[in-house]
Design a protein around this ligand. Sequence first.
Ligand SMILES: NC(=O)c1ccc[n+]([C@@H]2O[C@H](COP(=O)([O-])OP(=O)(O)OC[C@H]3O[C@@H](n4cnc5c(N)ncnc54)[C@H](OP(=O)(O)O)[C@@H]3O)[C@@H](O)[C@H]2O)c1
Length: 239
Amino acid sequence: MHDDNWNGLALVVGTGGIGQAISERLQQRFPDLVLVTAGREGGSRHQVQLDLESDTDLERLAPALQQFGKPLRLVFNCSGRLHGPGLKPEKRLTQVTREALAEQFSINAFAPVLLAKAVEPLFERDRPVHFASLSARVGSISDNRTGGWYAYRAAKSAQNQLLKTLSVEWSRRWPNATVTLLHPGTTDTALSKPFQSFVPPEKLFSPERAADQLLTVLSTQTPQQSGSFLAWDGQPIDW
Ligand SMILES: NC(=O)c1ccc[n+]([C@@H]2O[C@H](COP(=O)([O-])OP(=O)(O)OC[C@H]3O[C@@H](n4cnc5c(N)ncnc54)[C@H](OP(=O)(O)O)[C@@H]3O)[C@@H](O)[C@H]2O)c1
């Protein structure tokens, strides 16, 4: 697959630091795509209002995308949450709470597979489609050497399992679909801000660099490789 032959509709969900950069780079690298962004804030910020934690919004997504009159070519889930009001990655067991586990799973695990369910009615059997989602290396169970971040880690591991399972089903039902889980590398966004002091400057990517690297990796993926968990440099990550 080459840079010049992606056309149709590209849906980017969540235009935070990485999602915004992905949207910009998609338009530059694949000018034949019609880009649609979706997020919690509708209005001028996104063409489609979508809170991934709302079933009503998810049900409205396919009809909203149909209005653009183009076949779906790419869905890129760039949403996620690590910290927020009342939410902080745990350093030890005593900090683990039911509420934080539920919140992390809601956006980092349940949302991507429910997004897949919401867009599937737009698939056409003979058309290629990419479904990409941002996971994180800390979701790798075998790579967990430092501990901590219970809820975020576990939610990303669960996302990996849910989308791997999806890739198995789609390989039978939608043989032209490619599901890819991507680790962007530590990237300078609001999500990583509180944790950047531990990261050497040369290992902290700008969102633009991260986006470019992720699109380069994604553009090499084919349906035969569906269900891969890949880092920004194209290297597979152990589950
Ligand atoms: N930055 C890193 O170093 C890093 C490293 C590894 C993995 N990742 C992963 O990369 C992804 C993007 O991270 P980022 O750094 O770009 O973070 P970010 O700047 O905080 O962006 C996160 C995005 O998720 C959206 N979002 C959250 N809840 C949502 C919901 N219910 N419905 C729809 N959208 C929702 C946010 O929308 P609002 O604007 O509405 O809040 C925001 O656009 C995340 O999955 C993260 O886990 C990031």
